[in-house]
Design a protein around this ligand. Structure first.
Ligand SMILES: NC(=O)C1=CN([C@@H]2O[C@H](COP(=O)(O)OP(=O)(O)OC[C@H]3O[C@@H](n4cnc5c(N)ncnc54)[C@H](O)[C@@H]3O)[C@@H](O)[C@H]2O)C=CC1
Ligand SMILES: O=C(O)[C@@H]1CCC=N1
Length: 263
């Protein structure tokens, strides 16, 4: 199976890292092209994947192609590979935020299996959260696509109407969590820890807390109640965080993320 990537930036590289780590594909199964040869050619040399000279060359050599460019480049890229897709209508897996299947089909301008895929950066560690939805033409290939995506972490089939929400809760949220970890560790620095020690402490606490939520029947706030001893340190901190607008700030950030995705 040859998997082609049009666009070789952060998300393409995260997916490739996860697939190689899981041994789902070998480097020789992966073909890439990006906008900046000075970036993707050394990357290919480093990882053993195959760099080719054009998007058309990716579409010609691949069995499936992952569209991993900025959303604004989707239409011109489809125009570029149009003739190749007419000759060989291979499945296209689109990572583009805010671009629905109907728009992708219009841009493709030829019948082609389309899967809208929304991963997050954690696919690089096989700990991703990936949503997908497919058009009718992709019905046959979809189980194989989902099997491959499952090698990158958890997957969920979602209707298109929920994709913007998913982008906020999973696609973009690693950045929000990194902000929280940085805020926590910066507070540790305020009290004399080195940044390196504070970051490790904060990140491990967040990682363990997420694992606890995933493995417990308790809700996150039930778990918080188990942490907050009566008259103790935790409840003192929680109340001040809430008074400073913690939950409204997170929800307002999600609102803004969804609004941007729907622009
Ligand atoms: N970074 C993330 O965490 C996530 C990104 N996405 C989506 O994935 C897509 C890619 O995002 P990133 O990798 O973060 O962006 P990026 O900016 O890191 O990568 C974009 C890639 O496209 C390449 N490119 C530019 N012009 C091109 C052209 N004409 N032909 C082929 N390649 C071209 C660039 O050289 C670069 O390799 C976007 O649509 C984004 O919405 C989706 C979920 C999460
Ligand atoms: O920031 C972005 O637009 C992309 C989509 C989700 C994560 N990164």
């Amino acid at each position: 199976m040859k998997l082609g990537f049009i666009g070789a930036g952060n998300m393409a590289q995260a997916i490739i890292a996860g697939l190689l780590k899981a041994k789902a594909l070998a480097p020789s199964d992966i073909i890439i092209h990006g906008g900046h040869p000075e970036n993707f050619e050394p990357y290919a040399a480093r990882t053993g994947v195959t760099a080719v000279a054009s998007n058309t060359a990716v579409a010609e050599a691949a069995d499936w192609v992952v569209l991993a460019v900025a959303p604004a480049l989707g239409q011109p890229v489809f125009a570029e590979v149009h003739d190749t897709l007419v000759k060989r209508p291979i499945p296209v897996l689109s990572l583009l935020t805010g671009v629905d299947l109907k728009t992708l089909a219009a841009w493709a301008n030829t019948p082609v299996p389309l899967v809208r895929v929304m991963p997050n950066l954690n696919v690089a560690l096989n700990a991703g959260m990936t949503a997908y939805v497919a058009n009718e033409a992709a019905a046959q290939v979809l189980p194989d696509v989902v099997a491959l995506l499952s090698r990158l972490g958890e997957t969920i089939a979602l209707p298109e109407k929920d994709f913007s929400t998913f982008v906020a809760l999973a696609g973009s949220s690693p950045a929000f969590v990194y902000m929280f970890i940085d805020a926590l560790s910066r507070a540790g620095v305020k009290y004399g820890l080195t940044k390196a020690a504070a970051t490790k402490i904060a990140a491990q606490a967040v990682s363990g807390s997420a694992q606890m939520v995933l493995s417990s029947r308790d809700s996150p706030l039930d778990l918080a109640d188990k942490v907050a001893s009566p008259g103790g340190t935790t409840v003192a901190g929680m109340l001040v965080m809430e008074a400073a607008g913690f939950m409204p700030a997170v929800v307002a950030g999600v609102d803004a993320t969804i609004a941007k995705d729907r622009e």
